[in-house]
Ligand binder design. Structure first.
Ligand SMILES: [Zn+2]
Length: 130
């Protein structure tokens, strides 16, 4: 945005600048928009299509699973078992994994360890050797 015009000088933060008229401002804005039309449209499109990144439930579950797996490894636990929340909000995808057990060393989040969906609340439990 340029602020040079025929208008009287005003002080902005101690610097003397020309005060633009409304018409000049409108023209500047229109020019700016015309010059950057595609860019602005692309930015708007991107903003619409990709909602603000936030940590999803699934990502939280992933970090919980990874912490649990680390703990199991340090405790020498060899197998883990998947447990859903067991309520009516458990999705079919998660339900499929409920109660299954796997080797800790083969654990892969998203495959045989939670999260199994974006809203995953499944947890893993240690399978104790007795
Ligand atoms: Zn789940």
């Amino acid at each position: 945005m340029r602020f040079f015009g025929k208008n009287p000088k005003v002080k902005v933060m101690g610097i003397s600048v020309s005060s633009p008229s409304n018409e000049e401002l409108k023209k500047e804005a229109a020019d700016y928009y015309a010059r950057h039309k595609d860019e602005i449209a692309a930015k708007r499109k991107t903003a619409k299509e990709s909602p603000k990144p936030k940590v999803s439930r699934g990502e939280e579950t992933r970090s919980v699973t990874e912490k649990s797996l680390d703990e199991f490894r340090s405790l020498g636990i060899k197998r883990y078992k998947i447990s859903t929340c067991g309520d009516e909000r458990v999705c079919p995808n998660c339900k499929r994994h409920d109660g299954k057990d796997y080797n800790v060393k083969d654990a892969q989040t998203g495959k045989n360890a939670p999260p199994f969906c974006d809203e995953c609340r499944c947890i893993i439990l240690p399978v104790l050797p007795f």
